[in-house]
Design a protein around this ligand. Structure first.
Ligand code: ATP
Ligand code: MG
Length: 381
């Protein structure tokens, strides 16, 4: 007899002939999450099993964050031949529980001499006799004792919900514009959840923004990395571009022109990373640079699709996700961002294209982009 974790997947079930590909990807991601706990991860009988870990609680915490995992169950695996031993194990696993329960047996080994209704009745009876704090409710029980008769018997009561989604890497790559704010980490998480392997670009305005501001962004990338499986963060020196814009362009247009630079540079980075899309944390009307007109002026400098998964979300809804995924606390740290340092007092909310182009005509756009690209530092989180 031994303890193990049964990992259950959700949407991969929908995949027909491709299912093995998705399953292999998921096994790889689960392995990566728990390898330093000494765990063994393997696929057996179209199930993912995790065994031999040094710390079950930590293994559960980490696996529940792996995209593609729907839920996981701490289970006991034991020989099925001795039914009395199986029933005794079920009784032991229910010993501390109160409320209502039922037993759900599944018998994939049809040669097993006791059928499922009989297993339910027999184990249910023994649990009732042993634990006076439990009563039976087959419709809406507090606890379900699952007994699966396969090559061996598997017993579990607890089901830990996990994050869901698709295994990272099964749906291509995309580049996230990652600031130190609340929104962009959430945006990246949402796209990665659909199986997209993300990398990131961060614009850093040293010395106007400090090393601690940069560290904060890397910390956010590390938190995301628990689900997103390794994020390469491209740190782009952005000070010169901001100074030039500040000096030569009309004040109310500096933010938009700056954002157009960000998009252009992010697209070049994305191409170098074989990404197929950009991701931002924008939502309609949240700030002046996110009115629809403003979004259109920043969108038009790139050819790549730009995914904005938060486009229709209120700030309170975004914060709720940030809290759930564990980025909120770090995002709330008070270090300055390159956008806040150079913010104009009256940014244009209905920008005129000719004014933007006029401003940009005073700059060596291509030269500035090239210089920024040449100064990129890459950190893998
Ligand atoms: P966030 O909370 O993600 O910082 P925000 O509400 O502060 O968003 P903006 O500052 O207008 O909004 O930025 C909009 C989007 O542009 C961000 O969600 C992010 O994708 C990108 N962005 C902003 N600043 C940076 C930066 N310094 N580096 C990389 N991307 C950035
Ligand atoms: Mg921001």
């Amino acid at each position: 007899m031994r303890e193990l974790l049964l990992v259950r997947y959700g949407e991969i079930f929908l995949k027909g002939l491709n299912r093995p590909v998705f399953l292999r990807a998921l096994v790889k991601r689960v392995k990566r999450a728990v390898q330093d706990l000494g765990a063994t991860v393997y696929l057996h009988d179209s199930r993912i099993f995790v065994t031999d870990y040094t710390d079950q609680e930590e293994a559960i915490r980490r696996i529940s964050k792996v995209f593609g995992v729907h839920s996981l169950c701490p289970a006991v695996e034991m020989p099925k031949e001795d039914f009395d031993a199986v029933a005794a194990q079920a009784v032991a696993m229910m010993a501390d529980l109160r409320g209502t329960f039922k037993v759900t047996a599944r018998r994939s080994d049809k040669r097993y001499p006791i059928d499922s209704p009989k297993i339910n009745g027999e184990i249910g009876h023994r649990v009732l006799v042993a634990n006076r704090n439990l009563s039976v409710d087959v419709k809406n029980p507090d606890h379900v004792m699952n007994v699966e008769i396969r090559d061996q018997a598997y017993l579990y009561v607890k089901v830990v919900p996990a994050v869901g989604g698709m295994p990272v890497g099964t749906n291509g790559r995309a580049t996230l514009l990652l600031s130190g704010g609340i929104d962009s980490p959430v945006a990246g998480w949402m796209i990665a959840k659909r199986g997209v392997h993300i990398n990131a670009v961060h614009f850093h305005s040293y010395p106007y923004t400090s090393d601690r501001a940069k560290e904060k962004v890397l910390d956010l990338a590390r938190i995301l990395s628990e689900s997103c499986c390794g994020i390469r963060v491209h740190i782009v020196p952005f000070t010169k571009i901001q100074m030039e814009i500040h000096e030569k362009c009309p004040d109310e247009y500096t933010t938009l022109i700056m954002r157009r630079f960000m998009m252009r540079i992010a697209e070049r980075v994305a191409q170098s990373e074989n990404s197929e899309a950009l991701i931002t944390g924008e939502s309609i009307g949240q700030v002046a640079s996110q009115t629809m007109t403003a979004l259109n002026t920043t969108n038009m400098v790139v050819d790549m699709p730009v995914f904005r998964p938060l486009i229709g979300f209120d700030k309170t809804e975004i914060i709720a996700i940030a809290e759930k995924i564990g980025t909120m606390e770090t995002s709330s740290l008070p270090y300055e961002d390159c956008c806040t340092v150079f913010t104009p007092r009256h940014p244009a909310t209905h920008p005129k294209m000719d004014k933007i182009l006029e401003g940009e005509s005073k700059l060596d756009v291509e030269g500035l982009i090239q210089e920024a690209l040449d100064g990129i530092e890459i950190v893998t989180c």
